[in-house]
Design a protein around this ligand. Structure first.
Ligand code: TRP
Length: 326
């Protein structure tokens, strides 16, 4: 089970860091992938763009290979059981521990005018999302580690108080394969950063991709054969590894080691390979986005699967708590 916030556009870092793992997991596990639209209300009370954003994130994930026939791909707000479980879990979550959450403290700093109770209990809602399906594996990045730790705490607390209902959810990734997708400006990794030009989005058109890659940071080139690569150069090679063929990579490795490398050529090649990689995803996502009838069908089918699993869990939960009067 995992949740995807419907804010912003998917970029290459999201693809290699998350979506690609979802696509792989769907082959091995029974999967629930959810658009976290309710979570977005904690920070984005203005819902003008919500529908567009939900459609976008669904389209992009499907275009990347998530198969709505194989997994439950659904919206959080369509599964009403979430709200019920959230309520019960709120009685098991203490104000003190919630106030210590790093993401909560960050948001308080960023938006002191909107410190609402939903923001405080964000990790409780996330716990409800996960344990509603009695999920064991949660593919998330490092930034979600504390939330997952709290999910374990709340699940265990429920089990101790009311009896064993929930497995302990674990963060999941394909171990060795945590790839870093470096930013094009040589600083850190690709993210929804201030510098839009340093991040490749799955919605970028071919020209924009070529342009961004052309502007990637490089230096004046090696002067000694076989020298170690400075970080900004290593980054260009790392990006190439994600999308280019081995023969291409080998050629530029050799050129680098001979000091004959021309970064202009390398970036042109990388740009073209990025276009080949991103172009078809972008086009597929666009055509899905332009088909609201299909998206409706996806959401309905997803909600139906998720609610089936949720209803079964909630039977156990109400019984365990003692809300069974007849
Ligand atoms: N909080 C997660 C994020 O910011 C999104 C999310 C909501 C989530 N519910 C979840 C992730 C359940 C994993 C499991 O990205």
């Amino acid at each position: 089970m995992s949740g995807i916030r419907p804010t912003g556009f998917l970029h290459l870092g999201n693809y290699f860091g998350a979506v690609r793992n979802y696509v792989r997991m769907q082959e091995e596990f029974e999967c629930y992938f959810m658009v976290a639209d309710l979570h977005s209300l904690t920070t984005h009370p203005d819902t003008k763009e919500l529908k567009t954003n939900v459609h976008r994130v669904l389209s992009e994930n499907i275009a990347c290979g998530l198969d709505p026939d194989r997994v439950a791909l659904f919206c959080q707000s369509h599964v009403y059981e979430t709200a019920e479980l959230y309520l019960y879990l709120n009685m098991l979550a203490y104000k003190g521990e919630l106030e210590k959450t790093v993401t909560f403290k960050d948001k308080v700093r960023q938006h002191p005018e909107n410190v609402n109770a939903g923001l405080l209990t964000y990790p409780v809602l996330q716990t409800a999302d996960i344990i509603l399906h009695r999920a064991s594996y949660v593919p998330v990045g490092k930034d979600q580690e504390q939330h997952l730790e709290m999910a374990r705490t709340f699940a265990n607390r429920f089990n101790h108080r009311y009896g064993d209902v929930f497995p302990e959810p674990q963060a999941f990734n394909y171990g060795d394969e945590l790839v870093k997708v470096p930013s094009l400006d040589g600083a850190g990794k690709m993210s929804k950063s201030e510098n839009q030009y340093a991040t490749l989005y799955l919605s970028d058109n071919d020209k924009l991709i070529m342009d961004k890659v052309k502007k990637a940071k490089t230096d004046s080139g090696p002067t000694e054969p076989n020298s170690p690569k400075p970080e900004i150069i290593q980054n260009v090679f790392s990006l190439m590894k994600l999308v280019s063929g081995q023969d291409v990579i080998d050629k530029f490795e050799t050129d680098y080691n001979n000091c004959t490398i021309r970064y202009g050529d390398m970036k042109k090649q990388l740009g073209e390979d990025m276009v080949k990689f991103i172009g078809p995803i972008r086009e597929k996502a666009e055509s899905i986005r332009n088909n609201p009838a299909y998206l409706k069908e996806v959401m309905e089918k997803g909600a139906e699967k998720a609610r089936k699993s949720a209803a079964a869990t909630m039977e156990l939960v109400r019984e365990a708590i003692g809300l069974n009067y007849f």
